[in-house]
Ligand binder design. Structure first.
Ligand code: AVJ
Length: 322
């Protein structure tokens, strides 16, 4: 039998993840990375401008205010890799500051082709910045950037912004940072964005906005299963839910079944039964204290260099040295 094409292999990995997640007991779950197809990425872009979701604007303020200082703290860095670039808006000021005196190469690593293209286009006009996008998952992409781009002795800055780290459980987050660290060399730097703990009603509002954009973002995951895996979810029979787990220190998004129902997922070769009120857990967004962030970096083998926060919406960007 011929070896399946890359697109088919990717689809079967997706189907397998879905089958494993939806047959889990007692809690059904789906990996949050699948929220970001082209429509999901567009809906997330809309989330970033919602009045209730302060995360992205807070980080934009932090990075805009401190871009020059950041650039001074990572002298001679000419290779920049960003994990999950999204539309690239927050990154612009940093690239401007870093390229003020020298040419740099910027490699956004992003799984959504549309988001990657958008980012390459949005940042392609900077005078001394060469943009080279990588449509890969984070670690695969970073590995390739290092192998293909890094010249002898060149210094690398890895950016992991927006509190995407929050999607990992705490232990997995430290392991992930350690894997990143292992692809880096002494003299390299990491800038990590982390959303900080804040009162529960503010957090719940940020993940359950009045206009229903986050609900659409969450429900789109079922739409994606319909489109790509031949599933027959009726999106109207599921409701978006955001709840805060004080033990994990995380907001969880769920999709709650409005009634008893069975759903066929053709490409995953399974039929899943849902009881009324049962949920699929689709995402966790962990929230941190400043100490949590420092500790996480430390456990992963980084040294804390500097940290900047936003006063309006508690959020921190931390610079670590490899
Ligand atoms: C892109 C993962 C940082 O967790 O805040 C926003 C995704 N989910 N609203 C987050 C998200 C619901 C976001 N991250």
């Amino acid at each position: 039998m011929a070896y399946p094409k890359l697109a088919d292999r990717k689809r079967s990995a997706f189907a397998e993840d879905v089958r494993l997640g939806l047959t889990r007991t007692p809690q059904k779950e789906l990996p949050s990375k699948y929220l970001y197809d082209d429509l999901g990425s567009a809906l997330f872009d809309a989330i970033t401008v919602l009045p209730e979701y302060g995360v992205t604007r807070a980080e934009e303020r932090v990075l805009t205010t401190h871009a020059n200082e950041l650039a001074r703290l990572v002298p001679e860095t000419t290779l920049v890799a960003e994990l999950g670039s999204g539309s690239g808006r927050k990154t612009r000021r940093i690239l401007e500051a870093l390229s003020a005196r020298r040419r740099i190469t910027y490699c956004p690593i992003e799984i959504s082709p549309a988001a990657l293209a958008h980012c390459e286009q949005a940042l392609g006009d900077l005078a001394r910045v060469d943009v080279a996008g990588y449509q890969y998952e984070y670690l695969d992409g970073l590995k390739r950037v290092v192998e293909e781009r890094r010249r002898d002795g060149e210094r690398l800055l890895v950016m992991f912004l927006g509190s995407t780290i929050g999607n990992f459980r705490r232990l997995a987050a430290a392991h992930f940072l350690r894997d990143i660290r292992h692809l880096m060399r002494p003299g390299d730097a990491l800038i990590l964005g982390a959303d900080l703990l804040k009162p529960e009603p503010v957090l719940v509002g940020a993940y359950d906005d009045a206009a229903g954009v986050t609900a659409a973002f969450n429900l789109n995951l079922l739409g994606r299963l319909n489109r790509e895996l031949g599933a027959n979810f009726d999106l109207r029979q599921f409701a978006h839910e955001a709840r805060f787990d004080p033990v994990a220190g995380a907001i969880e998004m769920h999709l709650r079944s409005k009634r008893d129902q069975a759903v066929r997922i053709e490409a995953a070769g399974c039929t899943i039964n849902f009881a009324e009120g049962e949920t699929i857990w689709t995402e966790a967004s962990h929230k941190y204290t400043l100490e949590d962030v420092a500790y996480m970096g430390d456990v992963a083998g980084f040294s804390w260099t500097a940290q900047w926060t936003d006063a309006e919406w508690p959020f921190a960007d931390t610079l670590f040295a490899a």
